[in-house]
Structures are given as structure tokens and as C-alpha cells.
Design a protein around this ligand. Structure first.
Ligand SMILES: [Zn+2]
Length: 387
């Protein structure tokens, strides 16, 4: 009951305030009537004397334009609590009420579609969202929800159609979204062995008007897998220009491609570029290995120290401590080992990626956040605790 109270209070208070505000424009005295009823309901809730929120608000037996917001909010509350049948009944009753304003009924229809969606009744949800589109109500929201519905179903072809239709109807573009859909289709084509089809889909992704980094990264990986290292390098360069934050994702195959074309001058030019920058730790570590293979341990260690001092990080400290362990005298070894073990634990517990929308964190990069479903919101954690 306490949990319910915390959930309900802000929703009910906001709904009550808006409803009262609307009523008070027409009948100032109605504010006080409404307010006393509303607070009576809250009082019952606070005293935990009843089990169901609709009983608490039984004073609102008549739904009108003044009380509809509260019923709308109550329906949403039921949905959040997982009581889909109640949410659907509440919202459907508002949709069916011809005495209510058109915008209130449209809002209720939108919430009803979300109820069906949350209940897993996707056919019904899609039908109601399409009714909104047909009537020209809540168009942006309906397109957005329909696209998300088809994203979850991994029906990328329909999602592309909806995104294009949405842009032509509402004039609102969603940069990069269609490119992601084409990249998803290309990923599926590659998984089925249809490489040519995947390349065609990636070309479409590149023409979406967004930066095309994901498509270029996929084309780079394809070229790398086909041992076309020059082409892979060209695409890695594009990815780096478009999304420098993706360097940790591409640095290893990029170095490998440069090694495979056996153009040592190109490899050294690339290392010189990196030397002049502050780099992500994955880049520092990979470059150190390459320098060691070219020039030996001394220059590699010097590069490493210079870079981790330019951009200190826990990962850098952990690897530096490991170096000290290898060089330590027998009498110091135990102490250094303890320090290394502690740093290992600290680094292990740090996630590498975080979603800027919902805070989800993990150790794998995602183009679409697995928690909130937003695209391009999962980023490499930069700074002392990350890269
Ligand atoms: Zn998220």
C-alpha cells in the first residue's frame, strides 16, 4: 500500500490540479468542491482504509471534462501496476463517452492503445494506434509508438515504411533512425548468408542522411572478413571521423588491417597521429602492442607512460601496476600483488558503457539500448573510470 501511495500521489495531485484549473476557469467555486473531494480521496489513501484506487475516487461517479484527467491518470496508474483489465476498462469508458471533449477522448484512445501494447495484445494496440492516425489525432505519438511496436517485433521493413510515412505526414524527421532499420535488415541478411543483399541495404542506410557510421562500421567488418584490408581501413577512417567515440570498437581490426597490407609507413603515420592525441585506453593498449612489435619494449613502454599520464584511467593504472609486478624485487612482490588484485577487482566492477537516457550500464556496446529502447543512447564511459 505504501508503494501504491508513492506512485499515486504525484499522478493524482497533478491530475487534480489540472482538472481543478480547467474547472475553475468556468466556475471558480468548482475548484474548492473538486479539491475537497480529491483530498478526501487522498486522505482515504493515506489512511490505508481501502484497497483499490477507484474506490478512493468514488466521489467522481460522473465523468465529465473536469474529472476526465483524473480517470485518465488512474487508468495509467493501473497500467503501471500491471492491472491491464482495469486500465483498459477505464480508458475505454473515456473513449466511449461522447460528452467528453475531442482531445480528452483522443488522449484516452492513445492510452488505451498503450494498455493493449503493455498487455501484449499487439494486434489491438496496432489497430487503435492506426485509428488515431486515421483521425489525425496524436499523430506524432501514434507513429512513434507504432514504430517502437514494430522494433520490438523486429519487423524492420514495416518500421521503415512507418518512419518514411511519418516524415511525410508530420514533417518531423528522425535522423539516423531509418539507417538503423536498414542496418538491422543488413545484419539479418548477413546472418542468412546474403552478403550482396546486405551490401545493398547498407548503401540504403548510408543514404539516410545521417552520418552512416554504423553502416561504415559494418562495411569495414565485411571487408576485413573478406581480407580486403585497404577497403576496411578506408571505412575505419570514416567511422573515426564520424564517431570518434567508437575508436575502442575499431582500433584492434584497424591496426590488424594496417599490419596485413604490409605498409609499415602507413602504420607508423597512424601511430604518429595517435601519439599527438589523448586516446581512449583501449587505443593506448593496442598502440603499445603494435609499437612493441615494431620497435621493442623500450619505445612501447615510453609511449604507454606518456599516454596514461596524458589521460589517467583506472585501466591504465591497473596495467601499469601489472608492469611493476613483473619488474618487482622478490621482497616487494607480495605488496605489489595485493595492489594489482585490488585494481583488478575495481576495474572488473566498472561497466564500459552507459545509456544516457535511462542509465542502463553494461560491458557490451549496443546501438539500441536494451533497457529503454532508445537508439544511439548507449555510450562508451569516458574518463578515469572508463576509457
Ligand atoms: Zn536506455
Amino acid at each position: 500500500m505504501i508503494n501504491l501511495l508513492w506512485l499515486l500521489l504525484p499522478v493524482a495531485a497533478a491530475a487534480g490540479w489540472f482538472a481543478a484549473k480547467r474547472n475553475s476557469k468556468k466556475h471558480p467555486e468548482a475548484f474548492w468542491d473538486y479539491s475537497s473531494q480529491f483530498h478526501a480521496g487522498l486522505n482515504v489513501l493515506i489512511n490505508d482504509t481501502q484497497d483499490k484506487p477507484d474506490q478512493l475516487f468514488s466521489e467522481f461517479s460522473t465523468i465529465d471534462n473536469g474529472t476526465a484527467d483524473t480517470h485518465l491518470a488512474l487508468g495509467n496508474l493501473y497500467r503501471r501496476r500491471g492491472e491491464m483489465d482495469r486500465a483498459i476498462v477505464m480508458h475505454q469508458s473515456l473513449v466511449d463517452n461522447n460528452d467528453l471533449d475531442k482531445d480528452i477522448r483522443a488522449a484516452a484512445r492513445y492510452e488505451l492503445a498503450r494498455d493493449y501494447d503493455a498487455a501484449g495484445l499487439l494486434d489491438r494496440s496496432e489497430k487503435v494506434f492506426k485509428e488515431l492516425l486515421a483521425s489525425g489525432e496524436r499523430t506524432n505519438d501514434a507513429y512513434e509508438s507504432l514504430m517502437q511496436l514494430h522494433e520490438r517485433e523486429r519487423d524492420w521493413a514495416t518500421a521503415i515504411k512507418l518512419a518514411e510515412e511519418s516524415e511525410s505526414v508530420t514533417g518531423e524527421s528522425r535522423p539516423g533512425l531509418v539507417a538503423h532499420y536498414y542496418c538491422e535488415l543488413a545484419t539479418e541478411a548477413l546472418a542468412s548468408g546474403y552478403t550482396e543483399e546486405a551490401i545493398t541495404l547498407l548503401a540504403k542506410a548510408q543514404s539516410d542522411g545521417a552520418d552512416g557510421a554504423r553502416a561504415n562500421l559494418m562495411l569495414a567488418s565485411l571487408a576485413y572478413d573478406n581480407s580486403d584490408y585497404s577497403k576496411a581501413i578506408t571505412n575505419y577512417e570514416r567511422v573515426e571521423q564520424q564517431r570518434p567515440e567508437l575508436m575502442p570498437e575499431i582500433i584492434t581490426p584497424w591496426f590488424e588491417s594496417l599490419s596485413r597490407i604490409q605498409d609499415e609507413a602507413a602504420l607508423r603515420r597512424f601511430l604518429e597521429q595517435l601519439r599527438g592525441r589523448k586516446n581512449a585506453y583501449s587505443v593506448i593498449r593496442s598502440a603499445r602492442t603494435v609499437i612493441e612489435s615494431l620497435d621493442g619494449t623500450g619505445p612501447a613502454d615510453a609511449f604507454f607512460i606518456d599516454q596514461i599520464l596524458k589521460r589517467p584511467s583506472l585501466k591504465g593504472l591497473r596495467d601499469w601496476a601489472q608492469d611493476q609486478l613483473d619488474k618487482s624485487k622478490p621482497e616487494e612482490r607480495d605488496k605489489v600483488q595485493i595492489m594489482c588484485a585490488m585494481l583488478d577487482r575495481v576495474v572488473e566492477d566498472k561497466p564500459g558503457y552507459q545509456c544516457s537516457s535511462c542509465g542502463f550500464s553494461g560491458n557490451e556496446f549496443h546501438w539500441r539500448c536494451p533497457s529503454c529502447g532508445n537508439w544511439d543512447s548507449v555510450h562508451t564511459i569516458i574518463g578515469a573510470e572508463g576509457e
